[in-house]
Design a protein around this ligand. Structure first.
Ligand code: M6R
Length: 612
């Protein structure tokens, strides 16, 4: 994980650009942060702090760090090798303190490299894998930073995006990428290198996405891009359509609540221009080139992890029910360690908000090696997964900053439902059913708005229950993945132990946990499996359990049976799980807030998990 930033530009902007860039990338890791600025006379000013960026800012206020130079690098860390101490904090430096660098990724052969360097007398000052890079660059340095970096890269195995500076060449930055993301923001006499565009958009919307094996040298105010062997490359400058506003809190206390509250809009954005009501069909421009192949597929596998896996679980049901095709959701960290049934007749859909999740990247490669057609559903434009898949669809919901995924889940689920309708129409789905589903999808922003009005009621429920340390979530059929996702949300941001279960699974063991201290949140809309869910709730009530229901507006039976109710509008069975997730997101948000936790940056987590 980790976030890296590099800046070349105006004397007065270096410090602010680096710190603001780090703040935007803080979701990638926040165990410690550091900065180094190379002054024109070759002095290097560096500051580091344990914890979040705000701690680094406090250190910077106290320090005599040069605020007026052209070049600097910065890093926010999610620890992999070495605990979050000052010594392990980036930027790391060579023994002569002339080479400084920031790194995102893992150097897999660092132990062997460290041994070799130590045998030559190099002393290490951290426990990190990264430090070997600094010493290697120093060992190869002969007045040309780019050459030294190129030689170093031939020694490294693993994944990296690095930005390197040298005290002997102030005004120069060299960056390289293999396996970890790197983007260059380009404006007049100013360049920002970063792990993703959110750290760049306040400066410029013109960006260059790097591929593995590419290196950029910023020198004398110009940049040149080559491959690792120095062959020059011409790269296209792309214009990103997110604005700065989209990446800020927009008046809310936390990114999470902002992102939950904007779901009516993001649902609309996910569908815009994609529904062809008249013919009961769906149009995804990004899938045009593979549509014929899709029509010939015999099974569907949906890949994801975490929240993206739960939208995949929902899609598994959509594909079987609506498109009448065998479908399976697969958890990406497990996928390539088994022998998955994948071949050239399998349509694999990779779902990822960040498009950078290492487990998912590896699973996609595995599926591609087995001959599958792999397409993506990705939010982050230009991300690794969007580039390695054969075709795909973007969510178009703007950046999701809070570590807990919310608007990405609802968007992914809608887009997956639309995929199922599209495939269904190729496989005999009736015009009537297709139209009915698509009409309801178009109505979803309204349904979401209605549901979001429950916010203050849900806040009251959170006040009542936020001290409970254990919760059970149940749902059935389409609402089973909702129970899984609801439990994940309260675990990751509220640090509440929660189990997501199918209602029918309860009596096979879990019901032993039920007593007056173990509340159950039951997702029980009036659908085809309503009576079964009512029986499951009865079973809990018979054992003195507390039940909070998410039920269809006006359902008296559920209100009488349960301790508390959150109502959502009456909707079609296929749509209900997507809308029913919203109250569970709000509940987790208020629980975490009332427990006094850092809602946007929960402990031990990072937004995009770019290590396996
Ligand atoms: O970026 P991705 O969708 O690939 O991320 C996958 C998971 O890491 C992510 O969904 C994670 O589980 C979130 N913290 C859930 O809120």
């Amino acid at each position: 994980m980790c976030g890296i930033v590099g800046y070349f530009g105006k004397d007065t902007k270096v410090l602010d650009t680096l710190v603001n860039g780090l703040k935007r990338l803080e979701y990638r890791g926040y165990d410690s942060a550091g900065i180094a600025i190379v002054a024109k006379d070759g002095q290097v000013f560096s500051k580091k702090a344990i914890g979040k960026i705000v701690e680094l800012e406090k250190e910077l206020e106290k320090s005599d760090i040069s605020k007026f130079d052209k070049v600097g690098i910065a890093h926010t860390r999610w620890a992999t090798h070495g605990s979050p101490t000052l010594d392990n904090c980036h930027p790391h430096f060579s023994q002569d303190k002339k080479i400084w660098l920031v790194h995102n990724g893992i150097i897999e052969n660092y132990k062997q490299l460290k041994k070799e360097l130590e045998s030559k007398g190099v002393q290490f000052s951290s426990d990190t894998d990264t430090e070997v890079i600094a010493h290697l660059v120093q060992s190869f340095y002969n007045g040309d930073l780019k050459k030294a970096v190129q030689k170093t890269l031939t020694k490294l195995e693993g994944a990296y995006a690095i930005v390197v500076v040298s005290a002997d060449e102030p005004g120069r930055l060299v960056a390289a990428k293999k396996g970890s993301p790197l983007v260059l923001g380009v404006s007049e006499n100013e360049y920002v290198l970063a792990s993703d565009v959110s750290a760049i958009i306040s400066q410029t919307r013109n960006v260059i996405y790097f591929e593995d094996g590419e290196l950029v040298d910023i020198k004398d105010g110009k940049y040149t891009i080559t491959n690792f062997k120095d062959a020059p490359l011409k790269k296209k400058i792309e214009v990103i359509d997110w604005d700065d506003e989209a990446a800020t809190k927009g008046g809310h206390e936390h990114f999470l609540i902002k992102e939950i509250m904007e779901q009516a809009k993001t649902m609309e954005d996910s569908c815009r221009g994609r529904i062809v009501s008249k013919s009961g069909n769906v149009r995804f421009g990004g899938l045009n080139t593979v549509k014929d192949k899709i029509a010939r597929m015999e099974r569907v596998v949906i890949l994801g992890i975490g929240t993206s896996y739960y939208s995949a679980k929902l899609a598994e049901l959509y594909f079987e029910d609506i498109a009448g095709i065998p479908a399976k959701a697969e958890m990406t960290p497990e996928f390539r360690y088994k022998n998955p049934y994948i071949d050239e007749k399998t349509w694999v859909i990779a779902v990822s908000q960040s498009g950078e999740t290492a487990d998912s990247v590896a699973a996609i490669k595995e599926a591609q090696n087995r001959g599958a057609l792999v397409t993506g559903i990705i939010n982050t434009v230009g991300s690794t997964i969007s580039r390695i898949t054969e075709a795909g669809v973007y969510n178009h919901i703007g950046p999701e900053i809070s570590v807990a995924s919310t608007k990405a889940f609802t968007s992914q689920s809608i887009i997956l439902l639309m995929h199922a309708v599209m495939l269904g129409r190729m496989r005999g789905l009736s015009l009537r059913r297709a139209k009915a589903i698509l009409e309801e999808i178009e109505n979803m922003p309204k349904l979401a708005e209605e549901t979001l009005k429950q916010n203050s009621n849900i806040e009251k429920l959170a006040e009542k229950y936020h001290k409970k340390n254990n919760l059970i979530y149940i749902g059935r059929n389409y609402n089973y993945p909702v129970a899984l996702e609801g439990a994940l949300k309260v675990k990751e941001i509220g640090y509440v132990h929660a189990e997501g279960l199918s209602g029918g699974e309860l009596k096979h063991g879990f019901i032993a946990l039920i007593d007056e201290n173990m509340p159950t949140i039951a997702v029980v809309p009036q659908d085809s499996i309503y009576e079964k869910m009512i029986s499951n709730i009865e079973e809990i009530k018979a054992r003195s359990g507390i039940v909070i229901a998410v039920a269809t507006d006006g359902d008296k039976e559920v209100a009488d049976l349960c301790d508390d109710v959150i109502y959502t509008p009456k909707m079609k069975e296929e749509i209900a799980p997507i809308i029913n997730t919203i109250p569970l997101q709000l509940f987790a948000y208020h629980v975490a807030r009332l427990r006094g936790l850092d809602v946007d940056k929960p402990r031990n987590l990072a937004k995009s998990v770019t290590v396996e």
